[in-house]
Each structure stands twice: as structure tokens, then as C-alpha cells.
Design a protein around this ligand. Structure first.
Ligand SMILES: *Cc1c(COP(=O)(O)O)cnc(C)c1O
Length: 561
């Protein structure tokens, strides 16, 4: 499908364009007439500076007295003795915010980060103002109801029973995934609550080689032996989990009476948007549990930190296509959305509002299909001596990893979803996907360029560049790069290619689009001993609401440096 589909031109319909401009003007413009919080003098100055869209390396130079302010900031070692009168702008405070990474620059396509929308900033500020602490109802009061409301709305979007489902806002997607591992550990090995993991019960954690690095940091934090107690399942050419390998590994575990606490899947990998299937994994788990008499099945957690907003399309009318999303994009979107229909088979999943949800940091939610999973995490009540006993049982207090939980992210997320609505989200998401497809299509027509995992029509575009003087057919060359071989000639050739692309990337600098270099953009095939190696490349992620095809054209004009 890839080559023929990519040959069709991506075209943005005037109807789509008009809707996009409207969403930009109303929700992404920092317009003080629409969102009066931006009228505050410090805010207004910061917004003004950040609108200049100067490349990162030149921003300090154009800021009035920029280098001097940086010098002052670096020389500031002590807290001032005296108070500062309110009202006066604090120069260095404004400076630091103005010159923090400008996600509003349409060229900012680095990784899975975005500018937050106006209503999310407005909402997060309201949350900061009220300052509820979600740890405990007495400290949160109505904010706890709001958390439940957001959880119910996401449950309904994804197809969880909202009565049965629960969830909590926590510290980033990494923590959401940590909960995913912990649910499995506490459900399958309840003694671990007091005895830890190494009390005699043999177990293996299962995740995918394409998973996010938080898999490693979380498992290491939990005290899991990464080499001996973790099975990383192979991935396909499209970077999703290889179901055959998963079946053989899970069978081997169960056959030996080895517990599998958690199977960690990913829907939307960070670099190439591989999307794992969930229903086949759920069905496989059930089938094997039955066959081997396993009474507590593995907890299936889906890391949907990046991909989750596709659930806004689960009830989109793809046939009528009222938003007039471009045909090629619609086709890829429909295929991805079909996979996200299976998200409801997950026992829990990660939602990062702070990524494709256009909400300021940090705003992450771990969604849980059955409250029982949360119950399995409960510690003994005597540990929580300074909270009222009779309130404890009604909250997640005894189950959360953290104590204080801030609510700015919750208020930001709620506000974003209320103001943008499904419609607003769909327009922003479709815009990103149209941009991504446009870049994929143009790269496929460009000398020396090869798109990685071209069938993954997500917002991330990873590619490799070859010297056009040496490589006539970059697609065939990437296939050769993937043929892992002990032959020194193979290694020499791939190293030359890597060096060419790296050199071009550095020479070009951050111009046109501010892309990233990734060490593991794709992988070689597996050799007969299952060995493989990462292959580096370059990537752009199209979350940015302000990026247009003209920015992509400017980037392509100097692609090879
Ligand atoms: C970003 C990301 C994470 C980690 O989320 P944080 O919010 O940065 O902690 C986990 N998984 C995937 C797939 C991600 O892209």
C-alpha cells in the first residue's frame, strides 16, 4: 500500500483550511480579547517575544540585553535579603520564560511536544489559583469531582464502562506506565506489597523492543532484573509488537509456572508511531491462561501517551468526512483508529494530555478499566495516620504512589476538552497528520531520502538520507542496511551512510523545521541468533498547530545541507 498511496498528492481542502484557521484564531492565538489572562503585562511581553519565530540559536541575541540578562541570571547565587515590591516586572523572570523553548514557532517539530492551547493555559491557571491537593478529599473538595468527571469522559470515549472505570492524574506518562507495571505486580503477586519482588515467586515482565525508555527506568526502579526478568518482544517492520514472538514467550512462561505480572503494549511509539494491537493480546492471554490454569491473567497496560487522542475519532463519520480531511490522510487515520477501537481491551492505559492533548506540563492520566486494579495497590490503613479513617476508604489515598498530587494539569485538561470539544481536537489532529503525510510524500519524491516505516500514518515522520551521488535507490538501500551481517563490508557501508546523514543534519542546523536526530529510528532484521541493531535517522513530529506545508517546503529546499 505504501508506495501507491504515497504517490497520491496530499491536498488541504479549502473547507478544512477555513476550519483550521478558525481553531487557530480562537484557541491558539494568545489573543487577550478572547482570553483576558494574556493581558497581564508580564504575559503580554513574553507572548510578544515568543512570536518572533527566531531560530533557537539566535534567540538570545535578539532579546533586549539578552546576553547581559543571562550573565545576571548565572551570577545570581543567593536568595535576596529584602522583599521586592509587587507590580514591578521582574526582568529575569520574564526573560527566562520568554527564552524557554518556543513551541509556538511553526518550525518546532521536535519530538512529542507541543504548544498548549489557550483554554488549557486558562484552565491550568485556575487550577493553580485554587491549589487543590488531589491526595485527599479534604484537601481537594470539588477538584476530586472534576477528576472523576474527566475520567468518566475518557472512559466513555474509549468504551470503558464509566461506572467500573477509574483513573488518577499523576506525574507524567512515565508514572502512568509505572502504575501499569505495579497493577500487574500487586494483582499477580499480592505478597509483593510487603516482601518485594524477590521472595521466591518466579516472574517475567513482558514489554516490546519498540517501547519507550520509561520501560527501563520504571522496571529498574521497581527492582526488576532487566536482563533476567524482563522479556522484550520483537517488533515487526512497522514497529508494532510481533504477536508470534509474544505467543511463544508467554507460552514458555506459563508452561514453567512463571508468573507474568504485566504485558506492556504501546499505541503510538514515540519515533515512528507503531501501534500495537490489543484485542489479539487480550485473547491470547485468556486462551493461554485457560490452557495452563493461570488464575490471575497478566495485567495488560497500554502506553498510549502519544497516541490516545485518536480516540476522538472513534465515532467520526469517515464516509461523510464532514471536516473534509484529505483523502490519503483519512485512509491512514481510519486504519489507525480501527486499532484504537481495541484500546478498551486494555486493563489500563496512559494518557498524556501534555503531548497531543495541547495541555501544559504536567498533565497525565492513568486510566483503569476496573477499580479492583486500584484496590490491589492499597497499603494498610495504619500507614496513613494523619488522615481521617472513615474518608480513606472512599478515595485512592492508600493506592497512589505519590502523596501530594497537583491539580493544574487536571484543570488544564478539563478546560481544553470543554472548549475545543471533539471537533477542535479532530481538526488539530488531522492538520498534524496532513502535514506528516505531506512530508512523507515529498520525501518519497526526493533524491537520497527514504521514509522509515512508511505504512505508519501517524504524526511522526522518521527518515534516512543517503548521498544521492552514491545511492540511486534509497528504499532498496535501507532494505540492505537492515540485512544485519557479520561481513565487515556491511558495517562499513552502513557507517558511511550514517556519517553522511549525520553530517548533513548538523550542517543544515535548525532551519526550516527543527528536526531531531534519533539513534534508534529503526532496526535491522533479526539474525539467526535473534540479534539486531538500531539504525539511526532523523525525525519530525507534527503536533504543532501552527505548522503549514510551506514550512515543510522550506525545510526540503535545504534537505541535503
Ligand atoms: C513521552 C512518552 C512517555 C513518557 O511520558 P512522560 O510524560 O514524558 O513521562 C512514555 N511513553 C511514550 C510512548 C512516550 O512518547
Amino acid at each position: 500500500m505504501s508506495s501507491s498511496v504515497l504517490a497520491t498528492a496530499v491536498s488541504v481542502s479549502p473547507v478544512f483550511r477555513q476550519q483550521l484557521e478558525e481553531v487557530r484564531a480562537r484557541y491558539f492565538s494568545r489573543n487577550p480579547d478572547l482570553w483576558p489572562v494574556f493581558r497581564d503585562p508580564a504575559m503580554a511581553r513574553i507572548i510578544d517575544v515568543r512570536k518572533s519565530h527566531t531560530p533557537p540559536a539566535e534567540r538570545l541575541g535578539i532579546y533586549p540585553d539578552g546576553p547581559a540578562l543571562l550573565g545576571q541570571l548565572r551570577a545570581e547565587d543567593h536568595v535576596p535579603d529584602e522583599s521586592l515590591a509587587p507590580g514591578a516586572l521582574h526582568e529575569r523572570l520574564v526573560f527566562a520564560a520568554a527564552l524557554s523553548k518556543a513551541w509556538e514557532d511553526p518550525c518546532s517539530v521536535e519530538n512529542v511536544v507541543t504548544m498548549p492551547c489557550d483554554p488549557a493555559i486558562h484552565g491550568a491557571m485556575i487550577g493553580a489559583l485554587a491549589n487543590p491537593n488531589l491526595v485527599y478529599r479534604e484537601y481537594s473538595e470539588m477538584a476530586e469531582e472534576l477528576e472523576r468527571t474527566v475520567v468518566r469522559q475518557i472512559a466513555n470515549l474509549v468504551g470503558y464502562d464509566p461506572e467500573e472505570a477509574t483513573g488518577i492524574f499523576t506525574q507524567g506518562g512515565t508514572f502512568c506506565n509505572l502504575y501499569g507495571y505495579l497493577f500487574g505486580i500487586r494483582k499477580t503477586m499480592p505478597e509483593s506489597l510487603h516482601l518485594g519482588l524477590e521472595y521466591g515467586q518466579d516472574y517475567r515482565m513482558i514489554n516490546s523492543q519498540g517501547g519507550h525508555y520509561s520501560n527501563t527506568t520504571n522496571l529498574s526502579l521497581l527492582g526488576v532484573n532487566l536482563a533476567k526478568k524482563t522479556i522484550r518482544i520483537q517488533v515487526t517492520d512497522d514497529h508494532d509488537i510481533d504477536l508470534e514472538d509474544l505467543e511463544s514467550q508467554l507460552t514458555a512462561c506459563f508452561r514453567l509456572g512463571c508468573v507474568v505480572p504485566t504485558i506492556m503494549l504501546t499505541m503510538g511509539t514515540t519515533d515512528t508511531f507503531g501501534v500495537d494491537r490489543v484485542k489479539p493480546v487480550h485473547d491470547l492471554s485468556q486462551r493461554l491462561c485457560k490452557r495452563f490454569g493461570v488464575t490471575t491473567p497478566p495485567h495488560i497496560h497500554v502506553d498510549a501517551a502519544v497516541g490516545w487522542p485518536l480516540i476522538f475519532f472513534l465515532d467520526y463519520d469517515f464516509d461523510a468526512n464532514p471536516l473534509e480531511i484529505d483523502g490519503l490522510t483519512l485512509e491512514g487515520l481510519r486504519a489507525n483508529v480501527d486499532r484504537f477501537r481495541e484500546l478498551r481491551y486494555a486493563d489500563s492505559f496512559t494518557v498524556d494530555f501534555q503531548k497531543w492533548g495541547y495541555v501544559p506540563y504536567t498533565s497525565s492520566l492513568v486510566m483503569v478499566k476496573h477499580r479492583d486494579s486500584m484496590k490491589a495497590l492499597e497499603h494498610d490503613p495504619e500507614n496513613f495516620s494523619y488522615f481521617e479513617k472513615d474518608i480513606q476508604g472512599q478515595t485512592h489515598l492508600q493506592s497512589t504512589i505519590e502523596c501530594s498530587r497537583g491539580a493544574a494539569g487536571l484543570f488544564g485538561a478539563y478546560s481544553a476538552m470543554q472548549y475545543l470539544g471533539k471537533r477542535g481536537y479532530r481538526i488539530m489532529i488531522a492538520n498534524g497528520l496532513q502535514n506528516a503525510n505531506y512530508l512523507r510524500q515529498r520525501l518519497s519524491e526526493t533524491k537520497g531520502a527514504c521514509v522509515i516505516a512508511p505504512k505508519n500514518h501517524g504524526p511522526s515522520v522518521a527518515f534516512r538520507l543517503y548521498d544521492p551521488a552514491r545511492v540511486k535507490d534509497p528504499v532498496a538501500e535501507l532494505a540492505r542496511d537492515k540485512e544485519l551481517s557479520a561481513d565487515p563490508a556491511w558495517r562499513r557501508r552502513i557507517q558511511q551512510h550514517n556519517a553522511y546523514h549525520r553530517e548533513v543534519f548538523l550542517r543544515r542546523g535548525k532551519r526550516g523545521l527543527y528536526t531531531n536526530w534519533v539513534q534508534f529510528a529503526t532496526h535491522t532484521n533479526y539474525d539467526e541468533t535473534d540479534k539486531w541493531e538500531p539504525i539511526p535517522g532523523e525525525k519530525a513530529v507534527f503536533f504543532n498547530p501552527l505548522t503549514d506545508p510551506c514550512h515543510i517546503d522550506a525545510f526540503l529546499a535545504r534537505l541535503h545541507g
